[in-house]
Design a protein around this ligand. Structure first.
Ligand code: NAP
Ligand code: HSE
Length: 438
């Protein structure tokens, strides 16, 4: 491109969009509204050339002439005038094919697609490196929170030991509404959908797939080894009940969908699951759609990143930040460091991971029950930190919290408790985090 304009380039950088929904629509609006600022910050004018959508009939957040929209996404990735393609449609196909075509055609790519980046990220970045273009994906994790670039660039000199946090806005919104307003699960989910927080299929949020994809991306960047979504142990919030939440409150805890990844002896343990967190812990106070990520560096110590984890404005801001980064490269030369983690990580077997549990058992109301239950825990070497007996007759329950032991020890204990004559049901088992060293 010619370089003698006021800020660097005398022609505008053209952006094409794949998708103009919650995220794409907000990003396109931000580019249109912030055009003069972006020009000053990047050294070139940034314009939207073409946007691919499924339906031409819908109202859009950005106001552009009709000819700026198409229903053929391949028109966007093949347009010779477009320099940067923003992928905000989601899913694996046709997004993968479109991005690879864009890269082959020499276009830089900015994406919010964690599903794609957590499964095919290495292939995409390698294709981009061969083509000498950028693939940036800040919007894929933590919505509006800058987290990918700080870990990849600002913390490149440190060794990160652990990344822990709340990385799904929808489930955090639902759990907050259930906890603070006593709302039902379905009602809270409906609100999250209306606010544009959920994935196209909200099962991805509820069952922890979205959080596992983000955990894989964060782990890969933090530990500089390739972790894919399938490497992350996953459990969603569907089994968390109103009773669990009120029991947690009585004990001084909140229940959150937690993402944890850590490195020990060169292996990675990465998992997503509901966890009881003491109310005094900063993560217990991350409410609604907010996300927070704690990073523990050997040299930097504890860092916390906090902000809105979903929604158009925050995620659109992250996309436009990446577009600006690419624009600067177009103006000044160079490309981003894409993906330095190419070697597949060694994954710690789940059974070896150390955890604590809160367990509720429906039991027979008769002498000897407590000692039979305690005997099973003792048999597998799981130490009990506290036990409460509640109710009587048909409603008799035991609520226990364990000291740290392995997942393997705990799961064998739960299996045997199921089979015990005096135990009618294992009603709840939720991991407890943040109260003692594991
Ligand atoms: P969305 O509101 O459903 O938007 C998807 C857009 O893609 C729509 O404009 C849709 O067109 C278009 N589209 C889908 N398939 C298409 C096709 N085959 N051809 C042309 N256009 C197509 O979804 P979203 O919430 O913005 O999410 C988009 C991506 O951002 C996903 O990867 C998601 O995981 C990620 N993300 C979302 C959030 C969030 O808070 N929502 C946050 C971070 C990342 P129509 O409008 O015509 O239907
Ligand atoms: N559905 C996702 C969430 C969007 O709720 O966190 C942001 O990635």
């Amino acid at each position: 491109m010619a370089r003698n304009g006021r800020y660097g380039l005398n022609e505008a950088i053209q952006v094409g969009f794949l998708g103009c929904g919650v995220v794409g629509g907000a990003a396109a609006r931000i580019i249109a509204e912030h055009s003069p600022d972006l020009e000053e910050r990047c050294g070139a004018r940034i314009e939207i050339k073409l946007i691919a959508v499924r339906s031409l009939a819908k109202d859009r957040e950005v106001s552009l002439p009709d000819q700026s929209f198409t229903t053929d996404p391949f028109e966007v990735v093949s347009d010779p005038d477009i320099h940067i393609v923003v992928e905000a449609m989601g899913g694996i196909e046709p997004a993968l094919d479109l991005i690879l075509t864009a890269i082959k055609n020499g276009k830089h790519v900015v994406t919010a697609n964690k599903e794609l980046m957590s499964t095919m990220g290495r292939d995409l970045v390698e294709a981009a490196e061969s083509a000498g273009v950028d693939v940036l994906f800040e919007a894929a994790v933590g919505g509006g929170i800058p987290i990918i670039r700080p870990i990849k660039e600002s913390l490149a000199g440190d060794r990160i030991r652990r990344v822990m946090g709340i990385v799904n806005g929808t489930t955090n919104y639902i759990l907050t509404r259930m906890s603070e307003r006593g709302e039902g699960f379905a009602e809270a989910l409906g609100e999250a959908e209306a606010l544009g927080y959920t994935e196209l299929d909200p099962t991805a949020d509820i069952e922890g797939f979205d959080a596992a994809q983000k955990t894989a991306i964060l782990s890969s960047i933090a530990f500089n080894v390739l972790v894919v979504a399938g490497d992350v142990q996953r459990e969603g919030i569907a089994r968390v009940t109103a009773q669990d939440i009120s029991a947690a409150h009585e004990l001084g805890y909140e229940i959150k969908l937690l993402s944890v990844s850590e490195v020990a002896d060169g292996a990675i343990a990465a998992r997503v699951h509901p966890a009881m967190i003491p109310r005094t812990h900063p993560l217990a106070n991350v409410r609604d759609v907010f996300n927070a990520v704690f990073v523990e560096g050997e040299e930097s110590g504890e860092l916390m990143f906090f902000g809105r984890g979903a929604g158009g404005g925050p995620t659109g801001s992250a996309i436009v930040g990446d577009v600006a980064e690419v624009a600067r490269h177009i103006v000044s030369g160079g490309t981003s460091i894409g993906w330095t983690h190419r070697v597949r990580a060694r994954i710690t077997p789940l059974d070896n991971v150390r955890v604590r549990y809160y367990v509720v058992l429906s039991v027979l109301d008769e002498p000897g029950v407590l000692s039979a239950v305690a005997g099973v825990f003792a048999h597998y070497g799981v130490s009990i930190a506290s036990v409460r007996q509640e109710g009587s007759g048909d409603g008799a329950t035991l609520a226990l919290i364990t000291h740290a032991g392995t997942e393997g020890q705990h799961s064998k204990t739960f299996q045997e408790l199921h089979a015990l004559d005096v135990v009618k049901a294992v009603d709840s088992r939720i991991r407890v985090v943040g109260t003692e060293e594991l």
